[in-house]
Design a binder for this molecule. Sequence first.
Ligand SMILES: [Zn+2]
Length: 223
Amino acid sequence: MTPKHHPSDAMLVAYGAGSLGEALSLAVAAHLALCPVCRRAVADIDALGGVLLDELPPRPLEDDALARTLARIDAAPDRPAHGHNHGHTDGHATCGGPWPAPLAPYVGPAAETRWQRLAPGVRRISLLPRSRHGGTAQLLRIAPGTTLPHHGHGSLELTLVLSGSFADEFGRYAPGDIAEADAATRHQPIADTDQDCVCLIATDAPLRFTSLVSRLFQPLFGM
Ligand SMILES: [Zn+2]
């Protein structure tokens, strides 16, 4: 089923530009694995980036440009064919188990043994601790009927539902849906069905978020 709640356009553009940190990229990539609508949108963004490159004024090549380029290709270490390094997927949602493909390597094969009790009705697996790249990623498993405390957010936060569902003041979120919260968002989620709600929660550090727009447009407009 196609998700109903998607990342914002700004988030998809930042993802397509490779400007997001690892944690937020992971959440967007996992959503893309479940959402054909956003996969098309990111493909369009990639194509637009190619058009912008094509429209740069041509510069004459030097006589030995081809030979030097071939030499650099020969000298380069082997890499995967896909140039991006931020978790693009080819649309296979669940290879390797119940997790979306981009998430599976972070969770590992023994997820059931990794859940740690965080509060009554809430368990957690930390996927990316805060020290790495300024963001965090964790899985929460919330028992049916559990209400989380009313809370705000110190930074940008993406919540991707993987199973079960939750509801808050802004709507109801089912598997594949992504909720985007920032410092202005306050809400009180509740796991609202009769099964555990498992979700991926990714945050970025506040400084990264405040500079996101300028970093995003800097290469386009020379800011
Ligand atoms: Zn989507």
